[in-house]
Design a protein around this ligand. Sequence first.
Ligand code: NAD
Length: 390
Amino acid sequence: MTHSLVLPRLIRTGSGSLAEIGKLLACCGVSRPLIVTDPTMVSLGYVGRLTAALAEAGLPCGLFSETEPEPTETSVVAAEAILRAGLDGQAFDGLVALGGGSAIDTAKALAVLGPHGGRMRDYKVPRLVDEPGMPVIAIPTTAGTGSEATRVTVITDPENDEKMLCMGLAFMPVAAILDPDLTLSLPSRVTADTGIDALTHAIEAYVSRKASPFSDQQALAAMRLIAPNLRRAFHDGQDRVAREALLVGACFGGIAFSNASVALVHGMSRPIGAFFHVPHGLSNAMLLPAVTAWSIPAAPGRYADCARAMGLVGEGASDELANDALLEELQGLNAELGVPTPTGFGINPARWQQLRPLMAEQALASGSPGNNPRIPTADEIIALYDEVWG
Ligand code: NAD
């Protein structure tokens, strides 16, 4: 089996690295960027910091600050109009995404719609979008999606509520800045949801049928960083050591899954997010313990390695002991981080019941369940949705 590895060309990390945006853009050949961000980044003053750094480097820029959480194509189209308008009669030559996965994914969608046109549904899997897109420089402010280092974007089709998975080289940012200072303001709920998302990326990449020695190392490194620091950052948002570890761990998790694929948790999670507007990390968290328990019999050694990397058991522990510890930890983490059940989140039971077959169909169509160590049928996915309902 061969593996093709894709990474950003440049990553700058560390406290204060946002200020180096000018140098980074020069390395990428970008001189007229459009900033893609959301209103929270404006009110937190992060956009001001970014535009000040650009001004200092003598770079003019445009601004689209209306990206929405879990972006739909509608908000992408609004951004596309700003991109096409250009700046003082000249075209933008790059996109600087500042925010969580939603802002970064919006910029990635623009990177393809800008030069190639069409609708986002033209680019969803199984199509691979490997043609060159506009350069994206990603500055994540959540420690979760790893989108700054993935060849993936997720955009919801407003006509049928499908969370479309779009993949290909065109969606890989050319560069990223990992500045942990920007994550200190994350509310505890978002810290928890995005942190569990990152942990899920690492676990799913490690157990994926497409895992490689390269993605394995990224996934294990991600688990080593995320597992001991997620509770710390959740309980004390100003814990800089934990914040930095989570941001770097989330990036490793992104690199891991982008090169090895996610699996059943993500496949089942996207329809929950699209139909019931559950934040992505939270729907992953609702599913992670049950899907892990269901999948362990097909890859007990791989899941046991996850428990060891997370520091739940010693290196010498048996697979059985390690897997028991892993399930206990995933349940315990959900309890401590206040992850609700679907009922607790307020999802309507009749609608959940009615949509399960369609959700299972969409999960399978995304291709992610096919990477799981234990590959489910549609009926087995429905049974897992029932189990998670509780
Ligand atoms: P998000 O970007 O939707 O942000 C969640 C909320 O937190 C928003 O209201 C945002 O304004 C706020 N926020 C972000 N950073 C903040 C900060 N530093 N301080 C205070 N508030 C802040 O959340 P996310 O989980 O990062 O991204 C979710 C999206 O990413 C989903 O659409 C999901 O499908 C997608 N996703 C993409 C990939 C990928 O590889 N492209 C991978 C996983 C998930």
